[in-house]
Design a binder for this molecule. Structure first.
Ligand SMILES: Nc1nc2c(ncn2[C@@H]2O[C@H](COP(=O)(O)OP(=O)(O)OP(=O)(O)O)[C@@H](O)[C@H]2O)c(=O)[nH]1
Ligand SMILES: [Mg+2]
Length: 242
């Protein structure tokens, strides 16, 4: 699980920047921040990615009783040089404006971001995406809980109709931000059914597409590129939407 060289970061910790900068791992490893509203499925995604059940030893705490109040690092299971930081939910803070949130958790220090949302987009989701664009931060938009949408609406609509509606809703965020290539950055997933929909596409794209190209020229990233396809071959048995 989390490497011991990384320090946990508390919401109230004024030294977040210092702790990220001085950490040895921080200098050699790529950092991805998982952000979004409370309950959007950030910690559950980390567990699903690692193949953990929520109550396994070392799993990230999930659910409303386990609201994250500290940023915590977890290595990507396919490459431990890529560290996923589970950031507390945006509404965990007293003043939960996207700009305050990004400043508090020093989003500028991460190489890239995964923005999670759990339903049709909210103003907060949209403002947070806008904030990331204004900071030139590469990000993917992750719409979780697809299993829930399907089980609620299956009687009335076909699966592909439901998926299309969800997709169009989420794409509005990216389209409004002037992104004409939004489909590549959007992933519809269930953390409970990680073999379905876009989960495996996401797992691969985090390593192959999200990380900025200038970082890919470093030895750490060459490492990622070299080994990722072979590693994924062994685990990628699921289907994707597209
Ligand atoms: N049905 C369904 N439930 C999910 C999914 N992902 C997460 N959940 C549930 O949603 C609740 C919140 O998930 P978390 O992973 O704790 O959310 P979080 O974004 O880490 O929340 P904070 O730590 O408070 O910011 C939990 O009860 C999860 O079991 C999903 O894909 N499908
Ligand atoms: Mg959490």
């Amino acid at each position: 699980m989390a490497t011991s060289n990384f320090q946990e970061v508390n919401v109230d910790d004024v030294d977040i920047a210092t702790s990220l900068e001085t950490s040895e791992d921080s200098k050699t490893k790529l950092k991805i921040a998982l952000v979004g509203e409370t309950g959007s499925g950030k910690s559950s995604f980390i567990n699903a990615l690692q193949g953990f059940e929520d109550d396994d030893k070392g799993a990230a705490g999930t659910g409303y009783d386990e609201k994250a109040i500290m940023a915590k690092p977890y290595p990507h299971p396919l490459n431990p040089n890529v560290i996923l930081w589970d950031i507390p939910g945006l509404d965990t803070l007293k003043h939960s404006e996207p700009s305050t949130y990004c400043n508090t958790f020093y989003i500028g220090q991460y190489d890239a971001v995964l923005l999670f949302m759990k339903g049709n987009y909210t103003k907060t989701d949209k403002d947070l995406a806008k904030e990331l664009v204004s900071r030139n931060k590469p990000f993917f938009l992750i719409r979780t809980k697809i299993d829930q949408d399907l089980s609620c609406r299956r009687k009335k609509y076909k699966e592909n109709e439901i998926l299309e509606k969800i997709k169009q809703n989420a794409l509005e965020i990216l389209g409004d931000l002037g992104d004409t290539d939004g489909e590549k950055k959007l992933f519809l997933i269930s953390n409970f059914e990680s073999e379905k929909w876009d989960f495996n596409r996401l797992k691969r794209a985090i390593l192959n597409e999200l990380l900025p190209s200038q970082v890919k020229t470093t030895s750490v990233s060459e490492n990622v590129a070299e080994h990722i396809d072979e590693q994924i071959k062994g685990t990628d048995k699921g289907k994707t939407m597209s």
